[in-house]
Design a protein around this ligand. Sequence first.
Ligand code: S3P
Length: 163
Amino acid sequence: MSIVLVGAPGSGKSTVGALLAERLGHRFVDVDAVIVSATGREISDIFAVDGEAAFRELEREHTLAALQEADTVVSLGGGAVMNDQIRDALGGHQVVWLQVPPGVAADRVGMNVARPLLLGNVRGRLAQLLRERTPLYEAVATHPVDASEGDAEAVTARVLEKL
Ligand code: S3P
């Protein structure tokens, strides 16, 4: 069984995931980083050259593989929960949903061009993504955690209280 972090871009999945893994003595797997190292390409490049569908297939493959490993903290890409197979594979894991309002997520993401889905209008796109995905995060989460306030250490402490 793994601890899996889900939530919007800018919710803190990578930072909190790394801290959580350190505290628990688990390995940390950030699926976006795995995709970058496996392909030797940036995610923005995969989206721009091959398209979103190609990225989603890589995401499916690497997420399902990461979920097979024991004693691991896994941070998923913000859109991974849109995939049925990934949602099914989350059953039996501890799934932490880092909940943030779109404004907070937008402030944390800033103008980071590494997130191709947010290009142009970070605030508007995040609000839309959260409207579409909140029911999916809700459906898979075993541990919803308020990640809207405090730094990564504080959010990590909140997660550890719940696990
Ligand atoms: C995406 C979120 C990104 C990355 C890709 C697509 C999304 O991950 O997987 O750009 O669909 O929300 P983060 O949630 O880590 O930003």
